[in-house]
Design a protein around this ligand. Structure first.
Ligand SMILES: C[S@@+](CC[C@H](N)C(=O)[O-])C[C@H]1O[C@@H](n2cnc3c(N)ncnc32)[C@H](O)[C@@H]1O
Length: 252
């Protein structure tokens, strides 16, 4: 049977890979590399560098494939994501089909997943769909999430003693405001600067962009004092690099 290994690779630093991830790469027959939309070429390059460094099997083959971009209306978010997952599954299907045509019925196909496959990532849902169509066994190798890298960069614990933590998206924070009962909120996938829309009094932010990459940026302070600076830094970095990924922890 073909084994599809979803390898969490951390957030851009090739040293983020665990020994288990390196071992899985060394034994992979084929590595699939998704290429994202214009401007995010650096992310595909990080994956290529990881393969060049760790995939030692003489016959390792890499197959690059275009990842469909998200598009269209956001009015029905769930339907919009479902439609996008469908297109991603089609792109994976083609790439895996190409791998299987060279491997036959046995072998290991690796996909390098940004951060950890369990967190705001579609790979587990999509591989579940594909496992119904191909005779695939799916294996998951955990990776460092951007949340862990953010906490490490700022040298902070994610939770306060005995307290819970809520992980959400910029879209949710902007739509519903500060989640009731939470003292710590972690925000990912925020293209809408949701931190500028909440009441800043008594809130501290720990922000990080390009964590693990050479251009890493971090900033912390009372939200009311630093939010304008983050907006500025974010815009400048985005226009300089053509893309940005950031994550932040808010504590009240
Ligand atoms: C599609 S999610 C993937 C999350 C990933 N699976 C993880 O474990 O962190 C992408 C979001 O993760 C966060 N992220 C991923 N890599 C990052 C990085 N290097 N620096 C800052 N934020 C990052 C950002 O919030 C970004 O919008």
């Amino acid at each position: 049977m073909i084994e599809l290994v979803l390898i969490g690779i951390g957030t851009g630093n090739p040293e983020h890979l665990t020994l288990e991830a390196v071992a899985a790469l060394k034994s992979a027959d084929v590595v699939l590399i998704p290429k994202k939309e214009e401007g995010k070429g650096q992310l595909a390059q990080v994956r290529r560098d990881i393969v060049n460094r760790h995939a030692t099997k003489a016959c390792v083959q890499t197959i690059e494939f275009d990842m469909p971009a998200r598009r269209g209306s956001r009015s029905d978010y769930r339907a919009h994501v479902e439609e996008w997952h469908h297109r991603v599954a089609e792109a994976w299907k083609q790439a895996i089909g190409t791998a299987i045509s060279t491997l036959g019925s046995e072998g290991s196909v690796a996909l390098l997943i940004w951060g950890d496959p369990s967190l705001y990532d579609s790979s587990l849902r999509i591989s579940g769909r594909l496992a119904k169509e191909f005779p695939l066994r799916v294996r998951v190798i955990p990776g460092l999430t951007s949340i862990q890298v953010l906490a490490a960069s700022h040298r902070i614990p994610v939770n306060e003693i005995g307290e819970s933590v809520l992980i959400t998206t910029g879209r949710n924070l902007a739509a519903t405001g500060w989640p009731a009962g939470a003292s710590t909120v972690l925000v990912m996938l925020d293209g809408e600067l949701a931190f500028t829309a909440i009441e800043p009094e008594g809130v501290t932010i720990w922000w990080g962009a390009y964590l693990g990459l050479p251009q890493e940026l971090t900033l912390t302070g009372p939200l009311k004092d630093v939010r304008a600076r983050i907006v500025e830094l974010r815009a400048a970095a985005r226009s300089r690099h053509g893309w940005i990924m950031d994550v932040y922890l808010l504590r009240r």
